[in-house]
Design a binder for this molecule. Sequence first.
Ligand code: PRX
Length: 658
Amino acid sequence: MNPLDHLVEPQEYPPPPALAAQAHVAGRAGYASLAAEAEEDHEAYWARLAREFVHWKRPFRKLLGTQNAPHYTWFEDGTLNVSWNCLDRQVAEGRGEKVAIIFEADDGHVTHTTYAQLLAMVCRLANMLKAQGVKKGDRVAIYMPMSVEAVACMQACARIGAIHTVVFGGFSAHSLRDRIADTGAVLVLTADEQMRGGKALSLKGVVDEALALGGCDAVRAVIVYRRTGGQIPWTDRDHWMHELTAAQPERCEPVWVEAEHPLFLLYTSGSTGKPKGVQHSSGGYLVQAAVTMKWTFDMHPQDVFWCTADIGWVTGHSYIAYGPLAIGATQLMFEGVPTWPNAGRFWQMIGRHRVTVFYTAPTAIRSLIKAAEANPQVHPQRYDLQSLRVLGSVGEPINPAAWEWYHRHVGGGRCPIVDTWWQTETGAHMITPLPGATSLVPGSCALPFPGIAAAIVDELGGDVPNGQSGLLVIKKPWPGMIRTIWGDDARYRASYFPAELRGYYLAGDGASRDRETGYFTIGGRIDDVLNVSGHRMGTMEIESALVACTELVAEAAVVGRPDETSGEAICAFVVLKGARPQGEAAAALAAQLRTWVGKEIGPIAKPKDIRFADNLPKTRSGKIMRRLLRSVAKGEAVTQDISTLENPAILHQLFETH
Ligand code: PRX
């Protein structure tokens, strides 16, 4: 928590009356009637929305399928095409000339792409994929910068029933290789370079490195979007995207797929060293992405939506690549970083493009607060933010002090903030205020989205009374839910549906509900998953990366500690093969290991603190005492019972190196 938080008086913010009057879900009564409809007949409620929000080629009769629970199905006998829903349908309904994507490049250059133009682009890409032999069900890896082309590539896969797996451009060659290998991708779509903060960073070079690591035998070709024109290595396997698409026709019949056909795989961290390939469906996923897009952000036809997430994360899937297009919205997409050329970039862009709905992460807000405090020139009050109506937050808890600042200085005190709790696995928003219906309490994500059976239970699945903490679970299946972990059904069942929890979905977060209002507050992960700047990282992944440095590292343990800006910071305890270094030698080795982890996983996984010890604190049975390490990382007094510690002397050393 931020030290300023205790200065903030908790206050409730009712929906602004003018906004509520026009809202899709209006007032407490609007919310209550939807929640009651879902309560009365969960399946019929979602089926009504599925028919309202999605065009089905073959209408479904089946609603929820439980035969193979917990691998649930939704609308199983229906067929659809996601890209047809996002593009052709918008054109058919008269939105062909409407701007789908306003794109602002790192250098400030702006382009506008209409729905008709985006459709033509997607069709050319889809035809190109077909010409490369890509078929329904094949996997295609996408390692691209934030660009209209990247969204178009995702949509092109959807158009022909290929399953995309987008890999965040900040991941290293190793991480990329693991994802390509695990999915058995047949193509890699990438760019020569990406531009961030005025710097060109290689992407194609990383793809080459990844493929050279081996295990990616299914890859037939690498197709390169020319972003910068910078010098890049080239092999026989590589093709320029513009050359391959130039001759392709602007029309491409969509492949109608079954509702359960996988739309994409997206890797996320769990409690083992190996990331999980979260598999999402086409039908149920699209339904929930579209409904939440419209209701959570209260989107109207004239709105300009801006989600600052990267397409490499689930937020960029549901609220850039699919949700906004599925409801025919205009959205802004940004290539660069919030602090370049200065930390006023977001505020300047909101004014420039008349953004009405702005969706970002608490980490970004916290770092922009810091920047504005240091330099009044980049304070949001110096910019024209009058166009804003609704603000959103995602990815991590937003502390009340940051919430209040966001509300006051960005939203001018008039814009509701929707603090949306959800996960890669949930596909779309699960617990969130609705701007025209919910009174806001800073730091709380309020109430479940209508139709989401969120609850807090104890270790045996028993309900926990309001006011007490417990495990956050979802009691009933929902359309946008994960279907399985790619290639590992057993891990899916064990991770999310542990036997003792009565068939509930286990989110992996601790939470509590307010005694009176029933509002949810998320307490953070209960497993070995960290949330660093809104990025989800497994401690085991970082440990595996460290011990992979076999020349130096004998053993490593990674824990998180609270951090004012990034939410959590990564703290690594390392036992070296050689003697424990001191002073400058320790600093140099720590730097070397940070670089190593950056290469193994990506820069986001670099530990902030690295401490060297002769040994790790272990129980007599050899288990590392992580809770103790967490206390040490925080610099707080150890209150745990250390009588079971095999080597109590080590404790002294861990503190000494602090
Ligand atoms: O711990 C919760 C936190 O982020 C986790 C999910 O991370 P990921 O799958 O990467 O998806 C992030 C974008 C949806 C959750 O288990 N989290 C997400 N949103 C919130 C949150 N914690 C508190 N408040 C939120 N609004």
